[in-house]
Design a protein around this ligand. Structure first.
Ligand code: CMX
Length: 466
């Protein structure tokens, strides 16, 4: 499945508790997984055998009626989200990843392949491993003809996210997991075929997403062929038609990498996990996840931020001051709408992904001059104060979507209905790789208990009068 190359460079393990360096020949992704899975299976077995009845938290009524916020009820190995510090991928913060994960040749930003490797194995890949994975993804990246026909037959007025979800679902025609399941594979083999499907899907997402873009916004113009020497996002940028813009390609690399995973409880990752727990294959599991991502409280927020910012720009004209942004924010809130790009289900500080993207802008003079980016900055200077005064949101600080789309807009990728599709290409890194772990650990069908309000009231009475 993967080609083996040899490399005697020292390589570090990323997991927080493993800082050892070792000398080793370069492994394939599957070989690396075969190495790390037994220890994790042992850890899981031990927890299950010794601690199944240990109480590690309690369930409050607010958890039941409040969308299960804060309820620790799901295993997810790739990342942990601290409300104040933000995301860590296998113990590495975003700045750690920016220092340690390989970039593209000639580039500086993290690439999807190195993040994918980290999320899946918990290890920082070597340069050679990263290039090897890039080549494998490029070799597997072409779309089957039936998918091209399907996508080309859709009305261009159909939302790009609906098209993406349909295309991903239809790719399950080639699911090896499904084929092997029908033949009667062993449970211990589930993860291997899940891995194969996940890698094939991640490889094909750029061509699928780019085809949707070309059909909807470029009259169905032809896509360039996949360049086997380029990384996944380099090819994606090329296929979208922006490959000549090095800065945009670098931005897409950074954005797609750091947006790849955000714990397991977010709506898209959780949906993939839930659907896959029924042993639906990774394609239809991720197709369902994309439907969750398409909601304005989740992934569609980056589209909504742009729409909101442009409406503000139109109304306020050239003379935008802190004072009139404040008035505009109040107008939004008083009309009963949310301020897109602000607030979060878990975070209680500015999102480090927002900070990383802002830092990217700070290194490019053209972005610093951009009226849209300047407005993001000015809004950031005012919005938290307004939201605090408004007093509803638990987190008045910006999330990643407060800025992500505005940079794309500046670089000429102005079709903001498409932005969530880019998020969909990105979120596959986390949501799909963790399906491999769910199957390797043999996690069961997910099936929480629901109760009615009458039952809840009885439970409340019993707990108040024990
Ligand atoms: N503007 C106005 N009101 C907001 C708000 C915002 N940005 N964020 C939260 N609130 C409101 C909620 O609507 C809720 O009001 P009600 O009590 O009337 O229902 C109240 O504040 C409490 O909400 P919360 O507990 O702080 O936030 P939730 O966990 O319920 O929701 C989120 C989180 C992201 C959906 C919410 O902050 C929001 O709607 N933000 C704007 C949309 C957005 O940017 N989404 C992208 C999230 C990033 C991602 O998907 O990764």
């Amino acid at each position: 499945m993967f080609r083996r190359v040899h490399n005697l460079r020292p390589r570090c393990f990323a997991t927080a508790n493993v800082s050892a360096r070792r000398l080793a020949s370069t492994k394939t992704l599957k070989e690396t997984l075969q190495e790390v899975i037994p220890a994790k299976q042992e850890q899981f077995k031990n927890i299950k055998a010794k601690h199944s009845q240990t109480v590690v938290g309690d369930v409050k009524v607010e958890n039941i009626i409040g969308g299960m916020r804060g309820l620790k009820a799901m295993l997810w190995e790739a990342s942990v989200l601290d409300p104040y510090e933000g995301i860590r991928f296998h113990g590495l913060s975003i700045p750690d990843c920016q220092k340690q994960l390989p970039a593209a040749p000639g580039g500086k930003e993290i690439i999807a392949e190195s993040m994918l490797w980290l999320l899946l194995t918990g290890k920082v890949p070597t340069e050679a491993e990263t290039r090897q994975l890039s080549r494998e993804l490029a070799e597997k990246g072409d779309l089957p003809a039936y998918i091209e026909h399907l996508i080309d037959s859709l009305p261009t007025s159909l939302h790009p996210m609906t098209q993406l979800s349909m295309g991903v679902a239809a790719l399950n025609h080639d699911s090896v997991f499904q084929a092997q399941y029908e033949k009667g594979m062993k449970k211990s083999e589930y993860w291997e075929y899940t891995l194969e499907d996940c890698i094939n899907l991640i490889a094909r997402l750029p061509a699928l997403a780019a085809r949707i873009y070309r059909n909807v916004y470029r009259s169905g113009s032809d896509l360039p062929a996949i360049n086997k020497d380029l990384d996944l996002v380099g090819n994606y940028s090329n296929m979208l038609g922006y490959g000549a813009n090095h800065d945009l390609t670098e931005y897409l690399r950074l954005y797609i990498s750091i947006h790849g995973d955000h714990e397991g409880g977010n709506a898209s990752a959780h949906t993939a996990h839930l659907v896959n727990s029924t042993l639906s294959d990774p394609y239809i599991s991720y197709s369902a996840a994309l439907c969750a991502l398409a909601g304005p409280l989740h992934g569609l927020a980056n589209q909504e931020v742009l729409r909101w910012q442009l409406a503000m720009q139109k109304e306020l004209g050239d003379n935008i001051t802190h004072e009139n942004i404040k008035d505009y924010l109040w107008k939004t809130l008083k009309s009963g709408q949310v301020v897109p790009g602000y607030g979060h289900g878990v975070l209680r500080k500015s999102d480090p992904r927002f900070i990383a993207l802002q830092e990217f802008c700070d290194t490019r003079p053209d972005l610093l001059q951009s009226p849209t980016i300047q407005m993001v900055k000015k809004t950031f200077e005012v919005a938290p104060g307004v939201l605090m005064e408004h007093g509803k949101t638990k987190n008045p600080w910006p999330n990643v979507d407060a800025t992500s789309g505005c940079v794309l807009y500046h670089y000429g990728l102005t079709e903001f209905k498409y932005y969530t599709v880019i998020f969909g290409v990105s979120r596959a890194l986390g949501a799909l790789t963790q399906l491999v772990w769910a199957r390797a650990l043999g996690l069961p069908l997910e099936r929480p208990k629901s109760i009615s309000m009458d039952v809840l009231e009885k439970l409340i009475t019993t707990s108040q009068n024990p």
